[in-house]
Design a binder for this molecule. Structure first.
Ligand SMILES: [Zn+2]
Length: 266
């Protein structure tokens, strides 16, 4: 039932007219009446049915859960006994676990709030540890290649014409500039061919070889000499059949030519 407030009504007055106490009127009209002596607006509709009152039922309870504890990110440790370019996982990552207690508050059966009141780690997480090899063996490559020229620009890609199992790399700003060893290795050929011109082959002694053609002149190092990655082995030129200065660059995997872009990221 509802009651419409008329002039001069008080909370207590409405109560006595409807058989309720003033406090009951306040309780069941909590959205409109904040205190016993509040002035009531004429025309205001009040709930006067005490047992149908919209009282909120508030329940709190504790909820225990298990949650995952994640380890910090991988720790990398240099290992001078491990070959450069190799990585080894020495401690495997494992998630931990914690028991967490939340205090949940339900109003009329609806979860409205959850506060964490405790958290106890029961299983510590294990951080991954990876050893990074730093041991350098002269003449043995790291497996990572650098570009053989400065400011490289590919002028003819893998199979840009039939049978071209290489990429042609020009130097954008220094057309007759240096040619660098793409990785550490040992010079295994330093020769001349009527198509390739002066060329050098470096064996990186890890299954990979690189080939540098159309050099300006004979390569700087004779066969058998170990070269560092980035060492200057010659100069870009026009020897052999070529329409412009560039390095004809090949990568061989176990003596098979593969697309150098696989390694160079081009
Ligand atoms: Zn070429």
């Amino acid at each position: 039932d509802t009651y419409k407030v008329v002039e001069y009504d008080t909370v207590e007055g409405v109560g006595s007219k409807t058989g309720l106490t003033a406090q009951q009127i306040v309780t069941i009209n909590a959205d409109k009446i904040k205190s016993l002596n509040q002035v009531l607006q004429v025309g205001m509709e009040l709930n006067v049915t005490y047992f149908n009152s919209p009282i909120n039922v508030v329940v709190t309870r504790e909820q225990r859960t298990k949650e995952i504890v994640y380890p910090p990110s991988t720790q990398y440790v240099n290992d001078p006994t491990l070959r450069e370019g190799l990585r080894r996982v020495v401690v495997a990552e494992k998630n931990g676990s914690k028991d967490v207690v939340y205090r949940e508050t339900y109003i009329n059966g609806v979860l409205v709030k959850g506060e964490q009141i405790s958290s106890v780690v029961t299983v510590q997480p294990v951080r991954e540890v990876v050893h990074v090899g730093t041991k350098v063996i002269p003449g043995i490559g790291s497996g990572n290649f650098r570009w053989p020229v400065d400011s490289p620009r590919i002028t003819c890609g893998w199979y840009c014409y039939s049978g071209h199992q290489a990429i042609d790399i020009a130097s954008r700003y220094n057309r007759f500039g240096n040619i660098y060893a793409a990785d550490r290795g040992v010079v295994v050929q330093n020769g001349y061919h009527y198509i390739s011109g002066y060329y050098v082959i470096i064996d990186h002694q890890n299954g990979l070889r690189t080939y540098y053609g159309h050099m300006a002149s004979r390569g700087y190092y004779p066969v058998g000499v170990a070269v560092e990655k980035g060492e200057i082995i010659g100069r870009i030129g026009l020897t052999g059949y070529t329409t412009g200065p560039h390095v004809h660059f090949e990568i061989h995997v176990n003596r098979v030519k593969v697309n150098p872009c696989r390694y160079m990221g081009c």
